[in-house]
Design a protein around this ligand. Structure first.
Ligand code: ADP
Length: 488
């Protein structure tokens, strides 16, 4: 099959979260299965042409992309995904994409991703490549299925092209005013009378993707069930219920070429389960970097995260006083909502023996924290899949998670499994989204940390798990086939 994979971020060119990792690792895995994949993404100011050997596509020149009445000249660069021969086309329009943030609250936010979506389609026309599938990811690409079926339906190139829409996080929907219809040239009858692109009075790009794609999926089984409920759907459960026959859950895989403690070049000391005693060298290094005292008896809890309520930071805030009395050290890497950035900063200033934080994005540090910490905390309110807990398992860093979405599908609570007579637990999880649930899980983890026999068993269970793409990529192929049969 020929697959166009469209994403608003792709590692290492651009990244704010897990979508970037998936948009690099999944296309490579699909290509390994013998399919032809081309990736499409915007060129933000962070995308360094020289570093990534991007080639300007002179022969394409300026592609005129219309938004409302206005013609915008878009340029194209081409390169390859890291360590692969999978091609990536990077769409360049500096007035829209050379901004401090990838996603903004600017007045032309809708225009930015309408332009990107139309540019991808018109670029496919230019290169005269007939995709079987256009795989769209999250709201930024949500209009593509509609554009293909309607606006560009005149082009025979797309008559056999099916669309797949993957929901990576329904919390971000791309909601814009009614004027967006004109900008994207969307027919008004797709809006009025609660139609395909309308939700709560807005033009909703996420809903458009769900309405028009041939199949829809999300990134874990549990999240796919949660999304059918009011509690988790951010208002869109009704449209997912309506499309439930074409809606699937496929757990994300991870790229163990990048996330493997045995080969990870960003660590002070490589290790695997047989040499797990070497892991502590990373802990010493990390604590040194942050001027925290080292003690083998004091566990380090790591956090690497966007700082948003979704990730459970309100829960941490409410329990901070209690947690600060427990015997562990904290290393936190993240950025996002100012309130939580300041909370960790002032906590680190207040307790320099106990906590340290780095506010910002730092890929290298994220690897070192995964390898150095004894435990990794993800108390998410909701979590479509989550990657850090999967990386943590591989790095022998015991995850403490809230049992929701992909966290529920990938982490087995030690005590819960023990009560079932099984010693298969690889982490700690809690159900109820409250301070008691969180502190209880943290205290249980700290308790077992001092029981080395059990602790090593928990680490061993985690390091043996395999969440590579091999299994999930096959499921995406099945999904593509289903999309093709829905289209015909
Ligand atoms: P989400 O996509 O919701 O943010 P995921 O767990 O799916 O959460 O993926 C997060 C990815 O982003 C991981 O690869 C994680 O290491 C990375 N990440 C998050 N925050 C930072 C940061 N401040 N610096 C470096 N990497 C980060």
């Amino acid at each position: 099959m020929k697959i166009a994979f469209v994403s608003s971020e792709v590692f290492p060119f651009s990244k704010t979260g897990g979508l970037a990792d998936i948009s690099s690792s999944l296309p490579k895995e699909i290509a390994k299965l013998g399919h032809e994949v081309i990736v499409f993404s915007p060129k933000y100011y962070t995308v360094d042409e020289k570093k990534y050997n991007l080639e300007f596509q002179d022969w394409i020149g300026a592609m005129p992309i219309r938004i409302s009445e206005k013609i915008n000249n878009v340029y194209v660069h081409k390169g390859f995904l890291q360590n692969s021969n999978v091609q990536i086309y990077i769409i360049d329009f500096p007035p829209f994409f050379h901004r401090e943030l990838y996603y903004t609250n600017d007045i032309d936010e809708a225009d930015r991703f309408i332009l990107f979506s139309k540019a991808v389609i018109e670029l496919i026309q230019r290169i005269n490549w007939k995709p079987d599938i256009i795989h769209c990811n999250d709201w930024q690409t949500g209009l593509i299925p509609l554009l293909i079926k309607d606006n560009y339906n005149w082009d025979k190139l797309f008559h056999q092209t099916a669309t797949v829409f993957t929901i990576h996080n329904i919390g971000y929907q791309g909601k814009f005013g009614i004027e967006t219809l004109g900008k994207a040239e969307i027919r008004k009858d797709y809006f009025y009378n609660f139609a395909e692109v309308e939700h709560a009075g807005d033009v909703n790009f996420m809903k458009a993707g769900i309405s028009f794609a041939d199949v829809i999926n999300t990134v874990s089984e549990t999240y796919s069930k949660e999304l059918l409920t009011k509690e988790f759907s951010h208002g869109l459960d009704y449209i997912l219920q309506y499309r439930s026959h074409d809606f699937y859950g496929i757990l994300n895989g991870v790229d163990y070429e990048i996330w493997n403690p045995e080969t990870d070049k960003l660590l002070k000391q490589n290790y695997n389960f047989e040499t797990i005693e070497k892991k502590i060298e990373n802990k010493k290094e990390l604590l040194k970097q942050f001027n925290l005292p080292f003690s083998p008896d004091v566990p380090v809890i790591g956090i690497v995260s966007r700082m948003a309520i979704q990730k459970g930071f309100d829960l941490i805030a409410n329990s901070l006083d209690y947690l600060s009395k427990l015997n562990f050290q904290w290393i936190v890497l993240g950025n996002g909502e100012k309130y939580y950035e300041e909370m960790f900063q002032s906590f680190s200033n207040f307790r320099p023996d106990k906590a340290a934080c780095y506010i910002g994005y730092n890929d290298e540090l994220s690897h070192l924290i995964e390898a150095s910490a004894d435990m990794f905390l993800m108390p998410s309110h909701y979590e479509p899949c989550g990657l850090n807990q999967i990386y943590s398992l591989k790095y022998g860093t015991v995850p403490i998670v809230r049992k929701t979405g992909g966290l529920a599908d990938t982490v087995q609570d030690w005590d819960e499994m023990k009560n079932l007579g099984k010693e298969t637990g690889d982490g700690f999880s809690f159900n109820d989204y409250n301070g008691f649930g969180l502190t209880d899980a943290v205290e249980r983890a700290i308790g077992y940390f001092h029981d080395k026999k059990v602790w090593n068993k928990i680490i061993a269970n985690g390091m043996k798990r395999n969440y590579s793409w091999t299994f999930s990529a096959e499921k995406y192929i099945e999904l593509y086939q289903k999309a093709k049969s829905n289209r015909s």
